[in-house]
Design a protein. Structure first.
Length: 181
């Protein structure tokens, strides 16, 4: 992942809307209260369960990345030019169960020259219990599959919930560079 050479640009769009009612326990951010974001819902069905009778982590991961991809596509506008390069900071907090209706909310957390990092959390719609949260980074690619600048203008937030997410992505990027082999 090429975070080091990425420059941060200024966001030229408007972000507004409503959001999560509960705080993210991973880093205590109620980030959805003022941002546009993507929400999808999933019903946990018997075929989604593992040998313990709870939601299979692989299915959860697929839904997690799907929610993040939809948000990245909303932000960029052309899903055919977006590829997932990393899932990081993903934390399973509690299991999902058969019959749970899950809500998957995703929001733009960080922008680089070619990358978009999306924060996603999954929670049980009825109880509000969070089951997963974390980040997914995507890059924009040309017709040959080479990364290309996306042209999205977004700068580091000055304060608030968006800054907390931005800083968490920066922390994750730094820890990634420390563990490369």
């Amino acid at each position: 992942m090429a975070f080091a050479d990425e420059e941060i640009l200024e966001f030229d769009g408007e972000i507004h809307g409503s959001g999560f009612k509960s705080l993210c326990p991973h880093f205590k951010v109620d980030f959805m209260s003022t941002s546009n974001f993507t929400t999808i819902s999933k019903l946990v069905r018997p075929e989604n369960l593992n040998h313990h009778g709870t939601l299979f982590a692989g299915v959860t991961s697929m839904w997690f990345v799907e929610g993040a991809f939809i948000e990245a596509s909303r932000v960029y506008g052309d899903p055919s030019k977006i590829v997932c390069i990393k899932v990081h900071g993903m934390k399973f907090i509690r299991p999902g169960n058969n019959g749970d209706i899950l809500q998957i909310d995703s929001v733009l957390a960080h922008v680089g020259k070619t990358s978009l990092t999306i924060y996603t959390k999954i929670f049980k719609r009825v109880s509000g219990e969070q089951i997963v949260d974390g980040f997914v980074t995507f890059v924009t690619v040309d017709e040959n599959g080479k990364s290309m600048p996306h042209g999205i203008n977004y700068q580091k937030p000055a304060d608030g919930e968006k800054l907390k997410l931005w800083n968490e992505v920066e922390r994750l990027k730094h820890s990634d560079t420390q563990t490369k082999m």
